[in-house]
Structures are given as structure tokens and as C-alpha cells.
Ligand binder design. Structure first.
Ligand code: GLV
Ligand code: GLV
Length: 315
């Protein structure tokens, strides 16, 4: 029997490629493929190791043909994958939960601190030689101690962000998810209550039809004028146009965004605002975590091609 053929859409750490080689022949694309290139490259493969920027839809699965057994997404989010289509094609889909939770939670705190203490704004000022010297009421920010951190999305990442709040003296509330009344000892409140009561609101919900534009004009208008909005989940959960409006009009104090509606494009109005911190989708981007993500994806491929259950299958 010929060895199974495995397509990897981006260069990955050598340790992950070595794992994949135990299960088949590995073909790595060296530049980010467009949909046409990806459809051509995937034909006849047994496994596809994909990134969050690769769209896995019916056309792609049809192009792959019946040889395809598994799509291993190197991300915890999987809004780039049509799960129903994958099921129809009898393709197992896996993601990379857990291994990135700490890195994303740490990064979320980096954003919270950066926006509340005007870190990036200060850095920009110095670089453009705009700093004229110390003064008493200059660039005042917001102290976090005693304030409420609202978490939208009580998954692994949301809970890891919450777990770090005590270090900064913040209280935590979660938005309602099912019918729980507390999560890890913290109160659970309605979406509306979370909006009106939070001093920092951090988004960690996955992107689904029911979370698209969850934070819209109406939601932003409910928030405190002193509040900060943080997004390390997926861009389309926030209506970017509405957010730019809210920041310009002072409806909220600031925002910090690692994800955007049309990456790598960012709404032009946000680029001109000082009260928003913008980072290029790097929440999980530590070398430790990226290696662990790639290795987990590889282990999923090895398991499925070896006739075993995947480690982290999405159902
Ligand atoms: C990154 O955004 C991920 O979903 O892993
Ligand atoms: C989502 O899957 C999370 O880990 O929060």
C-alpha cells in the first residue's frame, strides 16, 4: 500500500513534521495558498494540516476526494471549517485546545494593561518626539484594582483570563452561558447586566452565527463610558464600524483588539484613534505554544491515519 500523503499548508516546527512523517509522506506549502491553489494541492491527500486562514468548505473537500480522512486545524477556533460538510465527507476535524490557553490568557492581560495604562499611546508619543517632560496630570489611565472584569465566553480561555484577575485585585463576572449561576466561584449574570456593570469586558466566545456582531451599537451603548473592551477571540464578534463610532464618540473609554473582521485589514477609523490598542492576531503566538499546537495537530493526524480516535476531535 502506498504511504498516505499529508498536506501541510504552512511551514511548521520540525518536531511536528517529524511526527507527521511517522504516518505518511509530508508535503509542506511554503507560502499561504489561495483557495484555488489549496484545492489543487489537496487532491488525493489523506490528511490536511490547516491554518485558521484556510477555508475548508465543500469545494475544498470535493477537491480532496475520498482519500481525505482528517483535517487537523492548527488553532482552537474552527470557524474556517464547514463542519457539516466535513461530516458529509466522512472527514474527522480536530483543533488545538488547552495547549494555547495560557498564552492567550497572558496576552489578554497584556492588552488589558496596555489599554488601561495607555502603554502603546505613550510609546508612540516618545517615538514621534512628542514627550515634553513629566507632568502631574499627564497621560492618566485607569487603575484596575477594585474594578469588575466581565468575561463573555466561559470556555477554557475565558476562565484562564478570570483566574488571573485576583492578582490585579479585580472582581469577575461571567456572561450567562447555560443555566449555571456561578463559574469557578464567580457570579454569572445576563448579557445586559454584564454590559452595564463591567469596567473591562473581555471577549472569548467562538465565532458562530449567534455570536457574529454580538457586540453591536446597542451593546456598546449599554457599556460604561469608562469601560474598556478587549477581543482575543474572533474579529466578527464585534461590529468594527460600531466600535469605531463608540470610541470616537466616547461611549466607551478604549479597546484592545487582537482580531479583526477582515484580517489583515483593520477598519480605517480605528487606525486614527489613540484609545485603541491594535495587535496582529498574535494571542497564541509564543514559540512554546505554537510548537505545542503544531505537535497536537500532528498527533491528531497520526492517530486518525493509524485507525485510532483523534485526541481532540471537534464534533
Ligand atoms: C487562534 O486564533 C486560534 O483559534 O487558535
Ligand atoms: C475555546 O475553545 C476556549 O478554549 O476558550
Amino acid at each position: 500500500m502506498p504511504r498516505p500523503s499529508i498536506l501541510v499548508t504552512r511551514r511548521l516546527p520540525a518536531s511536528a513534521v517529524a511526527l507527521l512523517k511517522t504516518a505518511g509522506d509530508v508535503h509542506v506549502l511554503d507560502s499561504s495558498p489561495d483557495a484555488v491553489a489549496l484545492r489543487q494541492a489537496v487532491a488525493g491527500r489523506a490528511a490536511l494540516v490547516s491554518m485558521l486562514t484556510d477555508k475548508i468548505d465543500t469545494a475544498l473537500l470535493d477537491a480532496a476526494g475520498p482519500s481525505l480522512k482528517v483535517v487537523a486545524n492548527v488553532a482552537v477556533g474552527f470557524d474556517n471549517i464547514d463542519l457539516a460538510a466535513a461530516r458529509d465527507h466522512h472527514v474527522v476535524v480536530t483543533n488545538t485546545p488547552d495547549v494555547l490557553t495560557n498564552s492567550v490568557a497572558e496576552f489578554t492581560w497584556a492588552l488589558i494593561l496596555a489599554v488601561a495604562r495607555r502603554l502603546v499611546e505613550g510609546d508612540r508619543l516618545i517615538r514621534r518626539k512628542g514627550w515634553t517632560g513629566w507632568s502631574f496630570d499627564f497621560m492618566t489611565g485607569t487603575e484596575l484594582a477594585g474594578k469588575q472584569l466581565g468575561i463573555l465566553g466561559p470556555g477554557r480561555i475565558g476562565r484562564a483570563v478570570a483566574a488571573r484577575a485576583a492578582a490585579f485585585g479585580m472582581t469577575v463576572a461571567f456572561g450567562r452561558h447555560r443555566d449555571e449561576t456561578t463559574i469557578d466561584g464567580h457570579p454569572v449574570v445576563s448579557f445586559d447586566e454584564l454590559l452595564v456593570s463591567s469596567d473591562v469586558l473581555s471577549v472569548s466566545v467562538p465565532l458562530r452565527p449567534d455570536t457574529r456582531h454580538l457586540i453591536d451599537r446597542r451593546a456598546l451603548a449599554r457599556m460604561k463610558r469608562t469601560a474598556y473592551l478587549i477581543n482575543t477571540a474572533r474579529g466578527p464578534v464585534i461590529d468594527e464600524e460600531a466600535l469605531a463610532w463608540a470610541l470616537k464618540d466616547g461611549l466607551i473609554a478604549g479597546a484592545a483588539l487582537d482580531v479583526f473582521e477582515r484580517e489583515p485589514n483593520v477598519h480605517a477609523d480605528l487606525l486614527g484613534l489613540d484609545n485603541v490598542v491594535l495587535t496582529p492576531h498574535i494571542g497564541s503566538a509564543t514559540s512554546d505554544t505554537r510548537r505545542a499546537m503544531a505537535e497536537l495537530a500532528a498527533k491528531n493526524v497520526v492517530a486518525v491515519l493509524g485507525g485510532q480516535p483523534a485526541l481532540t476531535e471537534i464534533r
